[in-house]
Each structure stands twice: as structure tokens, then as C-alpha cells.
Design a protein around this ligand. Structure first.
Ligand SMILES: O=C(O)c1ccccc1NCC(=O)[C@H](O)[C@H](O)COP(=O)(O)O
Length: 212
């Protein structure tokens, strides 16, 4: 079964909807420039609603050590997503210090970017292939060329992100064989406002693709 991450959740209602619809991962974005930013206080409150069976992903962008440690203490995520220019050394250090699963997002622009991702082997636990950064480092609702993954042989766990919607996720899974899909903008009515019906439709589309 394909794992499902619903990212950029910021209200109890949409968080509960994602959990009820079968998300395996839920993401909170802690990045002030994002329309999906949640404060540590909000995130800590929302965190209590996440059942043990669902993994909570803290999405952050190149946070400095002290704020990152504070965020970790407040939220106790199951996963930290590194969505900036973080080096393999930094990710390894954080992972080994707090013993938390770590994902590195990679903005896939070319075959060369895919080759460069190799340097995160042994440092991150999963690669998250996303579209290249635009106005924001992530969460731009734009797909990259899935053909870049044609013939790619995974050397570590990975996930697919970038412009996924209820309408295209089935094709994305069939085309790439992604073991985990991650969506945010495609489930919104406006930036930062998640739509419960789209969350449900996305999870149903993933399950339909699994059954096909
Ligand atoms: O969502 C944001 O605003 C954001 C800001 C800064 C870094 C990452 C961010 N989001 C990450 C994600 O939502 C997903 O991991 C991924 O980028 C998919 O986004 P989308 O294309 O919107 O589905």
C-alpha cells in the first residue's frame, strides 16, 4: 500500500479529516514565510490529536540548532523534513542527536540533481522528490517531470511530492511506483486553506491506484 502524507495541516478539522481518510503521515509546516505556518504553540496543541498509528512530520527550512531543538521539544515529531539547503552532515548530526527519522527534500530539476541526491545516503532516512523551489522552498503546487525518475533505481526509501492532486496522483503512482505520496497545495481552496473533501478524494484516489 502506498503511504500518504497530507502536508501543511493547520486546523483540528482538517487534521482529523486526514487521519480519518487514511493518511499515514501528517505534516506541519513551521516556517514563518509560509501561508501554512503553524506556531510551536499551535503545533503542540494539534500534535495531541495525532494518533500513534500516524506519523507526524515537522517540515522546516534550514532552522538553526537552538530553534530546531525548541521545535523538536515542543512538537515531538516522528519525522523531521529538511526542506532547505541542509547538508548531509547536518542532517546526520540532528538524526543522531535526537534519534528522529529524517527526510531530505530534493527539488528535482535534472538527471544531475538526481545523481547528487546520492550524497544523502546514510545521512537521511528518506529522499522526498519535489519540484524545484519557487516562491517557497516547497508547497508550491507544481509538479516536476516524472520522467526524470524513469529507470532510476532507488538506493534508499523515497517519496514523491510536488503538485499532486486527487486527479493526478493515480497516474503519478502508476508512472513512478512511488512508495509514499505527499500533497499540500492540491488539497486547498486557497493557499493555506485545506479542503476536507479534497483530502478525502486524494486518499481515495491513492487507494484506487493501489487496487488497480
Ligand atoms: O507548504 C509550504 O508552505 C512549505 C514551505 C516551505 C517548505 C516546505 C513547504 N511544504 C512542503 C510540502 O508541502 C510538501 O512536502 C511538498 O512540497 C508538496 O507541496 P505541494 O506541491 O504544495 O503539494
Amino acid at each position: 500500500m502506498t503511504d500518504i502524507k497530507i502536508c501543511g495541516l493547520s486546523t483540528p478539522e482538517t487534521l482529523d479529516a486526514a487521519v480519518d481518510a487514511g493518511a499515514t503521515h501528517v505534516g506541519f509546516v513551521h516556517y514563518e514565510k509560509s501561508p501554512r505556518h503553524v506556531s510551536l504553540e499551535q503545533a503542540a496543541k494539534l500534535r495531541r490529536r495525532v494518533p500513534e498509528s500516524v506519523k507526524l512530520v515537522l517540515v522546516q527550512v534550514a532552522m538553526q540548532p537552538e530553534p530546531l531543538a525548541r521545535a523538536y521539544e515542543a512538537i515531538r515529531p516522528d519525522v523531521i523534513q529538511f526542506h532547505g539547503s541542509e547538508t548531509p552532515e547536518w542532517i546526520r548530526l540532528v538524526r543522531d542527536t535526537v534519534k528522529v527519522e529524517s527526510w531530505r527534500s530534493i527539488g528535482l530539476r535534472s538527471a544531475e540533481t538526481l545523481d547528487n541526491a546520492k550524497k544523502f545516503e546514510g545521512a537521511a532516512d528518506r529522499l522526498l522528490f519535489d519540484a524545484p523551489a519557487k516562491a517557497l522552498p516547497g508547497g508550491n503546487g507544481v509538479s516536476f517531470q516524472w520522467s526524470l525518475l524513469d529507470g532510476w533505481e532507488p538506493f534508499m526509501p523515497w517519496a514523491l511530492a510536488g503538485g499532486l492532486t486527487p486527479d493526478n496522483v493515480g497516474e503519478a503512482i502508476a508512472r513512478t511506483g512511488a512508495p509514499l505520496v505527499d500533497a499540500s497545495s492540491g488539497l486547498e481552496t486557497e493557499p493555506g486553506v485545506k479542503d476536507i473533501e479534497r483530502i478525502k478524494a486524494f486518499c481515495e484516489a491513492v487507494r484506487a491506484a493501489d487496487a488497480a
